[in-house]
Design a protein around this ligand. Structure first.
Ligand code: AMP
Length: 348
């Protein structure tokens, strides 16, 4: 893996007044380019030729310039570095670049190590436990004694997940070799989007910095969501969990206290385990009828649910006079860090 020192030495050569925001045209890039534009920063979209047309359809969301590639695994690091680019990782970025992300010789916003912790299930569980989060019970194929969700590896948006209630059902339904089996938690899913700034003071203070709640969503998954329609229509459906979109959520205000505490604990733990996590992240959880939160994942980067709020959210309006998306917040942090000569604090 490329060292932090190497990344910071590349960053040293940058013209701090001409920093550009770069990412792959997918996932949350419209929001990221839009937010950077609002902050007066120039943007670069790494794009396949066939997708450029889609981005050109959104004049305020498209990048200022494109770098057209044949394959996302061939991201031109030298060209990006020459252009003073800081790369913003998002879900598709992590998935498309795979292992290449570890070696990518371009300054990246946030702590690249956090993406490694998110992507490795053992590390992720260590992180969730160290954060003191309540997590659903884990089972082996032999010990299944209640409804469980079987998850396949990789950030594939819930694709291929299945529900089983016994060892026999597991044997019948699951043919894959790599999986985890987790107790199925009934309740309402909640995905709060946070932003941690090690540069800010005041507000919700955590570790010499400040934690912000940017927004909350829940995912729309086909076909578990709205499966009642199929049931009413007399169609039997096997529940599946393929993410196809997102919808907004606002929480009971008393629950926001706990949500903030959980976010703070995840940040504190990131410092204990891998030197911190500046920037956006999301804790994916289910709230039961007893108002207990069970966490099943942490995303250590911007998540697609933030796309609901390109002009701010019912939380950011209490912190900012202007519309503040997570994309814009990232651009602002980079701008501020450059001005304070503290880019090293938010880049790896
Ligand atoms: P994940 O890949 O862990 O983000 O999970 C994908 C989807 O599966 C989530 O958005 C939930 O709808 C569902 N899910 C994951 N874990 C659980 C669980 N322990 N209990 C109930 N539903 C879950």
């Amino acid at each position: 893996m490329i060292t932090k020192e190497k990344v910071h030495s590349i960053l040293k050569g940058y013209d701090k007044k001409k920093i550009k925001i770069a990412t792959i045209c997918s996932h949350t890039s419209l929001q990221l380019f839009h937010g950077a534009r609002q902050e007066g920063m120039k943007t670069i979209g790494i794009c396949l030729e066939k997708y450029k047309k889609t981005y050109d359809a959104f004049p305020f969301g498209k990048p200022d310039e494109y770098i057209i590639v044949d394959n996302y695994k061939d991201i031109p690091a030298d060209e990006l570095a020459e252009k003073n680019a800081i790369v913003i990782p998002h879900g598709s970025f992590v998935e498309y670049t795979g292992k290449n992300l570890e070696e990518l010789a371009v300054p990246m916003f946030g702590n690249r190590l956090s993406l490694m912790w998110e992507g490795d299930r053992n590390k992720l569980f260590k992180w969730m436990r160290d954060s003191g989060l309540q997590i659903p019970e884990l089972f082996t194929p032999e010990t299944i004694d209640r409804p469980c969700i079987v998850k396949l590896p990789g950030a594939k948006g819930g694709k291929g997940y299945t529900i089983v209630s016994s060892p026999a059902e597991f044997k019948k339904k699951v043919k894959e070799e790599k999986f985890i089996i987790q107790e199925y938690i009934p309740g309402v899913r909640v995905y709060p989007h946070y932003f941690y700034s090690p540069l800010s003071k005041g507000g919700y203070e955590v570790r010499n910095g400040s934690l912000e709640l940017m927004s909350i969503d829940r995912r729309l998954e086909s076909n578990i969501d709205e499966s009642y329609r199929a049931t009413l229509a007399g169609v039997t459906v096997e529940p599946s969990f393929t993410v196809i979109g997102n919808e907004p959520v606002i929480l009971r205000e008393s629950l926001v206290r706990e949500i903030m505490e959980m976010g703070a604990n995840v940040v504190e733990s990131s410092y204990r385990l891998f030197q911190g996590m500046p920037g956006p992240f999301c804790i994916e959880m289910i709230c039961t009828e007893n108002m207990k939160f069970y966490v099943f994942e942490i995303s250590a980067r911007i998540v697609a649910g933030t796309n609901l709020y390109p002009l701010g959210s019912p939380y950011t309006c209490y912190s900012y006079k202007e519309p503040m998306s997570t994309g814009r917040r990232i651009a602002r942090e980079i701008k501020r860090a450059a001005k304070l000569n503290k880019l090293e604090k938010v880049i790896y």
